[in-house]
Design a binder for this molecule. Structure first.
Ligand code: ATP
Ligand code: MG
Length: 727
């Protein structure tokens, strides 16, 4: 594969050119010492080590990203490295954008902070004309269609699922530097289970590569490979690149792929001024070919490397940190390279509320309860952008979008429509560009005011009147508000900035897809949440089969799922709620069980504080371990928990009560025009007939009877039980 790709890089006459790089001088009012003062002693030691190799190994929320940002600012302010010679690589466009913003706040502009892809794209666009000539290959945003064509060439007719699995295989192969010819052997070694026989997948892989080449197109993986190739094969390109960049830093290094590492090696070209930071316990992209071995073996590769470990957690309350420690203490260490040290985070923040565990009858009930809690938080003053609802798979977002809209809470879906592709954002950018040209002498003084003026007059945006609800009109208003906030923030970071600088900032952000934070609750997958933090986090849909995902086969895959939970828990600064539903739909069998990763955790910390009502109060009690009332052993299967005893322990059901309950249920169901199980399932009726609850509290202590059912049927059921007691 490599040779085939290299063919694209015709030997060209790359000549050394002097590149004029204009980077703003560091702000004089920020000193190197002031930059260091914001760090703790270990972080400071890392920041002072301005010359690599350096590895920072630390858990979530310990300030890794903050440390490398301050280290970069310190390096520039102290004169050790010019801003233009630094290349910082982060995992997402948003993280890269945040790093640029933070650096600017520390008085340093012009540092290249990018994702591997964005950096490669820029470099390739620059070098391509000289190395190959003409325009660089067209970048394929979406390879779905081309892979479908490739599959057709291999006489396959994949459905959407097979196609998605094929894409995952081709992506894994490219990320791990495996060509079509080596795919079958490599896939067998790695225990990959593709949608077809490995030889067939290899055929599709080959056809896919040929199609891309024939169309002069490249996907994201090719972009990295071509850039690495340009540096590896063309002395002139390498020389020019290395004259420009000499200090490198990589965040989230535990999830680097062999392909990304190859590009990094090409950047370094045998040099060692590299700082990497990561947390092996947050390795969550192994399935795509990433490996923590590069992080864990860094010192084997660079024996002179300094190593810094951080353990103080500045992000989360002791309650959240305690739960995070409990989650990770149960994990097997990630495989790959040297073993990660056992991790124990030390909380630095003052105490906060205990994490809450909530069980619901069905998914709509879970989503509605989460949306209500978001509403309550917003009403009590938490900005929506400080709240996140995180799930395992993107398909889970729909229920939460609907529930939040019903509750009138604005939200945004990460990975949804791109901010800079939104119509009103494109219009605003056009208007702002126009305003730069117009240079109106009567324009308001401050940048924020001038921006508001443009948005108000051109797009009828009224900062003081957010539309009610959470629909499209509200989204539009929020997007424009985000632009306005960005202008205000820019004016603070760069007091001399005007509309021209704002437009430049927006263009830069648009090309990097770095959206400003929009006022809305974030809906995101656990994978997309990495590196981020919010005041309040809801981890939802935590049932076995979703976390771990049903496809996660084998201990390593299951451990990666556990690490996803750890990543999720550690995103919360203060409020953390973990929830699951016993059934997918209302009236379902209630046969699901909470994620196995929660076993033994919620007994220790279940405290649903804000939930009023008898059902929730009872749930508080039972969210700990449930024991069999016959033999006393702890119950895990949902149906056993519902019965309050092991399925095979002797039953003590009151048969007459059971019959009476069934009769009542049939009448009720008939009146409602619904199947009987929508009223109560057999298991719930059995539990009632066995436990004979005589109070509301005893009734709702039976799993499957939530607040809604209590409101609807509680009195009638209690009365039936009461009548039996009198008999
Ligand atoms: P993750 O593993 O999730 O990426 P991280 O180790 O990169 O986390 P950061 O995001 O850098 O952690 O920091 C977590 C939070 O703690 C941030 O809000 C950061 O500003 C804060 N923080 C870090 N170090 C300090 C410090 N020395 N003093 C005060 N706040 C700090
Ligand atoms: Mg980080």
């Amino acid at each position: 594969m490599l040779n085939r790709l290299r063919v694209l890089l015709l030997p060209g006459g790359a000549h050394r050119q002097t590149v004029a790089v204009t980077v703003p001088a560091p702000r004089a009012d920020v000193t190197a010492d002031a930059v260091l003062a914001a760090l703790d002693p270990e972080q400071r030691a890392a920041a002072r080590a301005v010359r690599g190799p350096l590895v920072i190994l630390a858990g979530a929320g310990t300030g890794k990203t903050r440390t490398i940002t301050h280290r970069a600012a310190y390096a520039v302010h102290s004169g050790a490295v010019p801003a233009s010679a630094l290349l910082a690589v982060t995992f997402t466009a948003r993280a890269a954008g945040e790093m640029r913003t933070r650096l600017r706040a520390l008085g340093v502009g012009g540092v290249q902070a990018r994702t591997f892809h964005a950096a490669a794209r820029k470099q390739l666009a620059y070098f391509w004309p000289r190395v190959v000539g003409g325009a660089p290959p067209r970048l394929l945003d979406n390879t779905f269609g081309l892979v479908a064509n490739a599959a057709a060439r291999a006489r396959l007719r994949p459905g959407t699922t097979e196609l998605r699995d094929l894409l995952a295989e081709l992506d894994w192969a490219a990320s791990t530097l495996v060509g079509p010819e080596d795919y079958p052997a490599a896939a067998a070694r790695a225990g990959r289970e593709g949608p077809y026989d490995a030889a067939v997948v290899a055929q599709v892989y080959e056809a896919f590569r040929d199609l891309k080449q024939a169309q002069g197109a490249a996907d994201f993986n090719d972009l990295l490979m071509l850039t690495a190739g340009a540096l590896e094969e063309h002395a002139g390109v390498a020389e020019e690149f290395r004259a420009r960049y000499r200090s490198f830093v990589v965040d989230e290094y535990q999830d680097v792929t062999p392909l990304q590492q190859r590009l990094l090696d090409a950047w370094l070209g045998g040099r060692d001024d590299l700082c990497v930071v990561g947390d092996a316990h947050q390795t969550i992209y192994s399935f795509t070919g990433a490996s923590p071995s590069y992080l864990l073996e860094f010192r084997r590769r660079f024996p002179a490397a300094q190593e810094v470990r951080l353990v103080r957690d500045y992000r989360s309350t002791p309650q959240v940190v305690g739960l995070a420690n409990d989650v990770i203490a149960r994990a097997a260490p990630p495989t790959g390279g040297a073993r990660a040290a056992r991790l124990e985070l030390l909380a630095q923040r003052p105490a906060g509320p205990a994490p809450v565990f909530c069980e619901h009858d069905d998914e709509p009930a879970e989503a509605a309860a989460v949306a209500q809690r978001c509403r309550a938080l917003v009403d009590a003053g938490t900005p929506p952008s400080e709240i996140a609802v995180l799930y395992r798979v993107n398909a889970q977002s729909a229920a939460y979008e609907a529930a939040l809209a019903d509750a009138g809470v604005p939200y945004l879906v990460r990975g949804g429509e791109r901010f800079f592709d939104r119509k009103e954002v494109r219009e605003a950018l056009l208007l702002l560009r126009g305003a730069v040209r117009a240079a109106d002498p009567d324009a308001p003084e401050t940048l924020a005011e001038r921006t508001a003026d443009v948005l108000r007059s051109g797009l009828s945006w009224d900062p003081d009147r957010p539309p009610a609800g959470a629909g499209a009109t509200r989204e539009r208003w929020e997007a424009l508000s985000a632009l306005h906030r960005l202008a205000a923030d820019l004016a603070v970071a760069v007091p001399s900035a005007g509309l021209r600088e704002l437009v430049a900032e927006l263009e830069e952000r648009a090309s990097a897809q770095h959206a400003p934070s929009v006022e809305g609750v974030t809906l995101a997958s656990l994978h997309a949440a990495k590196g981020l933090e919010w005041d309040a986090v809801f981890l939802v849909g935590l049932v076995d089969g979703t976390l771990p995902l049903v496809h996660a086969e084998g201990p390593e895959a299951v451990e990666e799922e556990r690490r996803l939970l750890y990543v999720g828990v550690t995103r919360a600064r203060s409020v953390l709620q973990l929830s699951w539903a016993l059934s997918r739909s209302p009236g379902g069998r209630g046969s699901r069980r909470p994620s196995r990763f929660l076993d033994g955790l919620h007994a220790a910390s279940a405290r649903p504080a804000a939930a009023p009502g008898a059902a929730r109060a009872a749930r508080r009690e039972r969210s700990g371990a449930v024991s069999c009332r016959v033999c006393g052993s702890s119950l895990t299967a949902a149906v056993d928990r519902k019965l309050g005893r092991c399925a095979d322990c002797p039953a003590d059901r009151d048969e007459q009560l059971f019959d009476a309950l069934r009769e009542w249920r049939a009448e009720r169901a008939k009146a409602l025009g619904q199947p009987a199980y929508c009223v109560f399932t057999d298991a719930t009726l059995t539990a009632i007939a066995e436990q004979r609850p005589e109070s509301v509290a005893a009734l709702v202590a039976i799993p499957g009877i939530g607040q809604t059912k209590l409101d609807k049927y509680g009195d009638e059921v209690l009365s039936l039980v009461g009548q039996r007691a009198i008999v």
